[in-house]
Design a protein around this ligand. Sequence first.
Ligand SMILES: NC(=O)c1ccc[n+]([C@@H]2O[C@H](COP(=O)([O-])OP(=O)(O)OC[C@H]3O[C@@H](n4cnc5c(N)ncnc54)[C@H](OP(=O)(O)O)[C@@H]3O)[C@@H](O)[C@H]2O)c1
Length: 289
Amino acid sequence: MKKIFITGGGGMLASEIERFYAGKGDQVQAPRHKELDVMDHAAMESALTGARPDYVFHTAALHVNACEDDPQLAHKLNTEASQKLGQICQSIGAALIYISSCGFFGDEKKFYSEADPVVLKTVYARSKYEGEVQARQACRKTYAIRPGWLFGGSIKHQKNFVYQRYLEAKAKPVIQSAGDKFGSPTYTQDLIVKIDEILTAGRPDLYHVTNTGGCSRAEYVQKIVASCRLKNKVEPVDSSHFPRKANVPDCEMLNNANLAALGLTPMPAWEVAIERYSRIMLKEIESSS
Ligand SMILES: NC(=O)c1ccc[n+]([C@@H]2O[C@H](COP(=O)([O-])OP(=O)(O)OC[C@H]3O[C@@H](n4cnc5c(N)ncnc54)[C@H](OP(=O)(O)O)[C@@H]3O)[C@@H](O)[C@H]2O)c1
């Protein structure tokens, strides 16, 4: 039986990690934000020294728009707390799984591998990338995981992109979506299965971990609509239709090169993953109505 500790408990990805390991009979602690703030270094040290976990999954983070609004908080939460967590993990001998980001590259349309140089365009990207670097420096057993555009969890999760698009499709016949932003949609359920395989392989390193393939935001939305058996038209538009404070890169598609080098099989295609998740989500909607 493994001992698992998850920061940011109750979040979209954290819930999936908790479900996965609890389902295997492992011992899981996943304190919520209000129970344990990762920026409270003394509380973190006391919780982890008491729990003595084998694996610490660090999912707590400040999101893209909030980082632009408060760069100081972004640094404190995404960078400093990750560094401190790395130091604690190193001192108690735990492996740290740092959940990083896919938004570290530029605008060229290509699949980026772990060897590609970073281009940090947003406060979020700078703070998450620095967090990744600091965590890896502080803890030798750090697995830095860069997922793609995450989906999954429950309809209660605020960041449930699939459910948000479902609601939008129910409200209007035509959905506009960016045709010029590209990424690799990544199902939280597939992600944790693959992370666990990486941990079993036992090689701490930097890993891009996404469902296979990539698409524009509009193609992603089109697939969601079709998987939910809806008939809405999805109109690809220029991303300037959705002004954002954060100047997010045009392309966040990832090539999972280090995963392949480890000899692990690629994750399922993103389209298949969305079909699987949509079925689960539609059942949740049905049972909650
Ligand atoms: N969503 C994506 O598309 C995506 C893509 C790539 C990488 N990621 C990364 O994946 C990770 C998980 O994201 P997610 O989509 O699962 O987000 P999420 O659902 O918002 O989960 C994040 C959790 O962290 C908690 N949290 C925030 N500040 C905290 C603090 N100071 N101390 C303790 N907990 C805190 C949040 O609680 P409250 O809500 O109560 O504050 C929330 O429960 C993040 O590190 C994110 O950067 C996400």
